[in-house]
Design a protein around this ligand. Structure first.
Ligand code: ZN
Length: 341
């Protein structure tokens, strides 16, 4: 039997936890930076996220750890942190399965006036989507991508400012406004909750059944919410095509990231050294429920190596892979980016 704790318990622990560790005193996480998932066919992945969902491909690059495969970044016009969904499309990847120790669903925000538009768009494009029961007063459309990744559109009156992309396949008034939340499936939620509240500065804001909603203290910016789903009877998930590989939270700069690293190491986490992802710098660690967490810096961003107008017009490689460009281009499958009709 898992004990349920009240919000005031969380708040007390939050204050105690923060006070005993000077490093974290002025730090809090403001929200998600990106979500990274695994796909199979790269063209099908582009057709779905650009062609159907109207996101912009903001960077066409390769997996730095496996340069024979693409790494796609989808987001708003400029790739604002909190709007970015990224994929490793591995054509031969088998399908994974959802379970505990994984992100169950990734949700984007839409305007409450766009629910009818989206239901109609899915139907018209023969994509299976359903309106499920409202969650904490907000309407939810649930659907999967071609690899089985579970996604949601949440109709929310609290819409963060993102940069809309004029060439989107979706009219601006119905476009996705960055992440609403991720839902994490966990065997027991309490240690993950403790990380969110005592270190990240999140607060338990709502709960219903086995769903516990935590929100970042910041009042603005996309991706402030993490829902923890307590699923003790669920089997363990297997990460492959159609699964989230990791989620990244944002840090405002390198300095803040180093403070996070020091703090997490003090708490006993095994944290990677800072890794250069060119468009941001990253540290990774596994949270207590088994999900891979990353903390990524907001700068330098996706306009580091191409102008905002040109984002994703060419294959971009990090300097250490440039000497192998022709070999890499030969093995990558050709792709077409869907355009507005
Ligand atoms: Zn990442």
């Amino acid at each position: 039997m898992l004990l349920r704790r009240s919000e005031s318990d969380f708040s007390r622990n939050f204050i105690r936890g923060r006070a005993k560790n000077g490093v974290s005193m002025n730090l809090s996480i403001t929200g998600l930076h990106h979500v990274t998932a695994i796909a199979s066919d790269p063209q099908r992945n582009l057709d779905f996220y650009v062609g159907l969902l109207g996101l912009r491909l903001v960077k066409r690059t390769v997996n730095f750890d496996d340069p024979a495969s693409y790494h796609f970044y989808f987001g708003d016009a400029g790739g604002t942190p909190g709007t970015i969904l990224t994929f490793f499309p591995w054509p031969s990847a088998q399908r994974g399965h959802r379970g505990v120790g994984q992100i169950e669903a990734t949700a984007f925000v839409i305007s409450p006036d766009s629910v009818g538009y989206w239901l109609g768009r899915f139907k018209e494009q023969h994509a299976i989507a359903e309106k499920i029961s409202a969650r904490f007063g907000e309407e939810v459309i649930r659907f999967t991508d071609p690899d089985g990744l579970l996604l949601e559109l949440v109709a929310s009156s609290s819409i963060a400012q993102v940069e809309s992309w004029a060439a989107s396949t979706v009219p601006a008034e119905h476009s996705l406004h960055g992440f609403h939340s991720v839902s994490a499936a966990l065997e027991g939620y309490e240690r993950t909750a403790q990380l969110l509240t005592e270190s990240f500065g999140y607060r338990l804001v709502k709960e219903s059944g086995n769903r516990f909603r935590f929100a970042a203290p910041s009042q603005s910016g996309p991706g402030r919410i993490v829902d923890l789903l307590c699923m003790p009877d669920r089997r363990e998930g297997h990460v492959s095509a159609g699964s989230v590989h990791h989620i990244a939270f944002r840090a405002k700069d390198d300095d803040e990231q180093l403070q996070w690293r020091e703090h997490l190491v003090e708490l006993g986490y095994s944290v990677t050294p800072v890794i250069d992802r060119i468009y941001f710098h990253s540290i990774y660690f596994r949270e207590p429920g088994g999900i891979l967490f990353e903390i990524a810096t907001e700068p330098p961003g996706f306009t580091l190596d191409e102008s905002i107008e040109d984002l994703s017009s060419k294959l971009r490689l990090p300097p250490w892979l440039e000497p192998s460009r022709s070999d890499i281009e030969q093995v990558l499958p050709p792709i077409n980016i869907p355009a507005k009709q």
